[in-house]
Design a protein around this ligand. Structure first.
Ligand SMILES: Cc1ncc(COP(=O)(O)O)c(C=O)c1O
Length: 306
């Protein structure tokens, strides 16, 4: 993505980026369990980037929005469910940066009042198109029907090749903030763009993805398909954990909820049970026998709090 020096061309994007909390803070956290193992543990607070476009959303949208502007698009079209963080952030980005937005929504029984996400997207001016759950599966067909040629397509979850460049910037921030390359980075995995972006740029860091969906092993092929540096795949300095979904996407267990409560109390960092809470939980499990002594671990707080 080195050729993507588009910032100079797009002053409005650059101005917008100035109001974001970037580089996002890298906060050390402490716990006697870390001390016992000689660990340095940090949380990359991407959740603090912006109230509406937070977490990995800015990372994944930035180069897509630049590309859209470069190609002369003023309209965006995307997909999402009634509670999609991606949809929410894209609607906000559209409002702030002057794109007209359309969201194709899973569920023809829904309307603009069905969730806070949809309400907010509607308030931002997003045109909402509700389609049946069955129709939603065939994105190509939906684009044939609903997309006009002046709309730039951002995929569901925002995970595509351009998203990787933004995640790469996050990794560069981490290395600059630490002053060295961390041993581990742990992040949640939903559609896979975040972990793909990390694998792409960080061959010397062991990347651990915590999948928040049940039975989603198919994602591995999609993730590796996104990674541009194929030699980093050969190195296999990454892994995806499939057993920390706590029942499935947006599901939780009493154990997870109790963990989150304790985590928030101990570290004064708010989290949620859909993405980052599952990742923090998994980290505490890995701590028992997987994380090597005397290493540096960075946990990516990908946001999701409204
Ligand atoms: C708050 C939050 N964290 C993490 C993720 C997972 O990231 P990815 O889809 O890149 O795997 C998502 C979904 O995009 C999300 O909304």
């Amino acid at each position: 993505m080195g050729g993507l020096k588009l910032d100079l061309l797009h002053k409005d994007m650059l101005d917008f980026e100035k109001i974001l909390n970037l580089p996002s803070p890298l906060e050390p956290i402490s716990d006697y369990r870390f001390e016992q193992k000689g660990l340095k543990v940090f949380v990359k607070r991407d959740d603090l980037i912006h109230p509406q476009i937070s977490g990995n959303k800015w990372r994944k949208l930035k180069f897509n929005l630049l590309e859209a502007k470069k190609l002369g698009y003023t309209k965006l079209i995307t997909f999402g469910g009634a509670h999609s963080n991606h949809l929410y952030a894209l609607a906000a980005a559209g409002k702030y940066l002057g794109f007209e937005t359309t969201g194709i929504i899973r569920g023809d029984e829904l309307n603009a009042d069905s969730s806070l996400t949809l309400q907010y997207a509607h308030e931002c001016g997003m045109r909402l198109v509700f389609v049946s759950r069955e129709a939603y599966r065939d994105k190509e067909e939906l684009l044939n029907i609903y997309r006009t040629s002046d709309q730039y397509i951002v995929p569901e979850g925002g995970s595509n090749a351009l998203a990787l460049a933004g995640v790469g910037e996050m990794y560069q921030e981490i290395v600059a903030q630490l002053g060295y390359i961390p041993d581990y980075i742990i992040c949640p995995v939903g559609s896979g763009g975040t972990i793909a972006g990390l694998i792409n740029v960080a061959p010397k860091t062991h990347i651990v993805g915590v999948c928040v969906l049940k039975n989603a092993q198919y994602l591995e092929t999609e993730i590796l398909g996104l990674v541009e540096n194929k030699e980093n795949i050969e190195l296999r300095n990454f892994e995806i954990l499939w057993d920390f979904h706590h029942g499935g996407y947006a599901k939780n267990t009493p154990e997870l909820l109790m963990f989150i409560e304790q985590f928030e109390e101990m570290h004064h960092i708010k989290t949620e049970y859909v993405y980052s809470g599952k990742m923090f939980f998994a980290f505490y499990e890995l701590l028992k026998n997987k994380i090597k002594n005397n290493s540096t671990v960075v946990l990516i707080h990908t946001g999701g709090l409204r």
